[in-house]
Design a binder for this molecule. Structure first.
Ligand SMILES: Cc1ncc(C[n+]2csc(CCOP(=O)(O)OP(=O)(O)O)c2C)c(N)n1
Length: 580
């Protein structure tokens, strides 16, 4: 059998681990690997304009498929550009291997041209970050990197000097026995029994669900039915838990709405299911709390726990269900469902008046029309900024749609590159990027990559010529908004000049047709909707202190706004309440 170079072996093993493409930008230290990719059947090189896009795209791919994805950067500045996207992937628990090419091995430590130390630089945003300084470390280092990324759900970084990549590998990569799937984790019987006793002892139980409830919809519903529990969610739990949910009391957090906050605070027992919800000021401190999570390091780091359960949400509920007694009293649940429906009705009535005639166009109107027009299995990627608010309030989950954003890392400019990665997995699925003009222009170069690859991503640009979320933060902190505006820019013209479909929309009456037209278009499209920068009204009771540092804020208040089709869901759930 022909010998392999280290570069060839690297690509071969990534292929064995299920990787089909590697996103990045070429550069001399990376060239042996690029050449190996060019020759490898079943492996593509995806050329981007900015390495941050490569990392975000790989992270999106991994989040959507659950499989390993990969990106690469050349030595020094090339791989340094990966860092923000890798942070995001790591904090989103997306299995990604990043190849950080390194300067010639003989020069490391001499402040050589482009010298950085990626093995150190990426240590904080990875489970594993190692330098290959000798060919004999292959294939073990790459195998270990893959196992860390897959097994612990996050990023691994391998630094590889170009000269070593070009050397012959000491042995050919045999078929490696790679772990490509995570096991399910079932808690010990003692924990399940303890949890069952606590549930039985608590007259009022509330569930609060995060992304760890992915795939556990049926189990959550069965458990909620058994113990008559209201079910709230964090933003990352919304897509998994809010649909077909007769127990839904909405979302907690600063972007939240409905009765989730009350249901959590008025319960006797709160069960945090697969959530690392960071805003502990929204969590009660006088209620018994149980947390269930696959990651033991998540347990108890947001609130004091009465019981910590290390396990999958789904497995835990499956084991728990037969051990808890059915509760007959649903008064707490019904009161919360009513409160939820009332809360939503209130904001909808207050908020959606005349919005269809409002110029500049109201972003909430755009979001609500988008929700109606987008496919039932669309993938939405959502920029950090006000788009988060619109997505949280207006995108209606149904179990088939997916919504990804930078919900844990909170980086701007995530939506376009995530859409890029999402569309590579399936060109026939509708992928919609909800972009802010600040976020879009930050990585706008990679709009050209959409065109280059003919990817039919639809960018819906909420173009308010402002960094409007920061405007809001400054205002509530009593500061004068400063450094938050941009000159008006015709992004549709830029899109057209790049070879894509582009339309600028200034009249609200044109929003629906413009979206339909873009969705019908076979290639990449950008709908540049000129929106009102002052779209959100603040609740009267909000104080600067509560909102200061929006993303990190700790307060009980939520931002006022509409809630789209959720009001219908909430009202429909009231029908389940038995009449006396
Ligand atoms: C990389 C990065 N830089 C800065 C911030 C701080 N920040 C958070 S939201 C935001 C404004 C986003 O503006 P835009 O994309 O135009 O959306 P808008 O809020 O106006 O809808 C800024 C500057 C951030 N989260 N990430």
């Amino acid at each position: 059998m022909a010998r392999q170079t280290i570069a060839e072996q690297f690509v071969d093993i990534l292929g064995q681990a299920g990787v089909r493409r590697i996103y990045g930008v070429v550069g001399d230290s990376l060239n042996p690997v690029i050449d190996a990719i060019r020759r490898a059947p079943g492996m593509d090189w995806v050329q981007v304009r900015h390495e941050e896009t490569a990392a975000f795209a790989a992270g999106a791919e991994a989040q959507l498929t659950g499989n390993l994805a990969a990106c690469a950067g050349s030595c020094g500045p090339g791989n340094l550009h990966l860092i923000n996207g890798l942070y995001d992937a790591h904090r989103s628990m997306a299995p990604v291997v990043a190849l950080a090419a390194q300067i010639p091995s003989s020069e490391i430590g001499t402040a050589y041209f482009q010298e950085t130390h990626p093995d150190r630089l990426f240590a904080e945003c990875s489970h594993y970050s190692e330098l290959i300084s000798h060919p004999s470390q292959m294939p073990r280092v790459l195998q270990t990197a893959i196992q860390h990324a897959v097994g612990r759900s996050g990023v691994s970084v391998v630094s590889l000097p170009g000269d070593i990549a070009a050397l012959e590998a000491p042995q050919r990569a045999a078929e490696l026995a790679l772990v490509t799937r995570r096991p399910t984790i079932r808690p010990a019987d003692e924990e399940i029994d303890a949890l069952a006793r606590m549930v039985d002892d608590a007259p009022r139980v509330t569930l609060f669900c995060g992304s760890g409830t992915a795939g556990a919809h049926d189990e959550v519903m069965a458990f909620a039915e058994r113990v008559k529990a209201p079910v709230g969610h964090a933003l990352r739990g919304k897509e998994w838990i809010q649909y077909d949910n007769p127990y839904d009391v909405g979302m907690s957090g600063l972007l939240g709405y409905g009765a989730a906050y009350d249901a959590m605070h008025e319960a006797d027992l709160l069960i945090l299911l697969g959530t690392d919800f960071p805003y502990n000021a929204f969590l009660p401190d006088d209620v018994r709390i149980v947390q269930v999570d696959v990651r033991p390091e998540h347990l108890g780091r947001r609130s004091k726990l009465d019981l910590a359960v290390w396990g999958d949400a789904r497995e835990t509920l499956r084991a728990l269900l037969p051990r808890v007694a059915e509760k007959a009293d649903r008064r707490f649940l019904d009161r919360m469902l009513k409160k939820h429906a009332d809360a939503l009705t209130g904001v909808v009535d207050a908020y959606t008046r005349n919005v269809e005639g409002h110029v500049p166009i109201h972003p909430e109107y755009v979001a609500s029309v988008l929700d109606e027009e987008a496919d039932d299995d669309a993938v939405f990627t959502v920029d950090t900024g006000m788009c988060n608010v619109w997505a949280a309030r207006y995108l209606t989950p149904n179990g088939r749609r997916r919504v990804i954003g930078s919900f844990s890392h909170g980086s701007m400019a995530n939506a376009l590159p995530q859409a890029f990665g999402a569309q590579f997995i399936d060109r026939d699925r509708q992928v919609v990027s909800l972009s802010g003009d600040g976020g879009f222009s930050m990585l706008m170069g990679d709009f050209l990559s959409l065109v280059q690859y003919g990817l039919p991503v639809k960018v819906v640009l909420f173009d308010n010529s402002a960094l409007s979320m920061v405007d809001l933060e400054m205002m509530v902190a009593g500061l004068r908004p400063y450094g938050t505006t941009y000159p008006h820019t015709d992004y549709a013209a830029i899109a057209r000049a790049a070879g894509a479909y582009g339309v600028r929309v200034e009249d609200p009456k044109q929003v629906r047709d413009a979206l339909r037209e873009a969705f019908r278009h076979a290639g990449p499209a950008l709908v540049d909707v000129v929106t009102d920068p002052n779209a959100l009204s603040l609740p009267p009771r909000v104080t600067g202190e509560q909102l200061a540092g929006f993303a990190l804020s700790a307060g009980k208040m939520v931002l006022n706004g509409g809630v789209g089709r959720m009001v219908q869901m909430a009202r429909a759930n009231l029908r389940n309440i038995p009449r006396p």
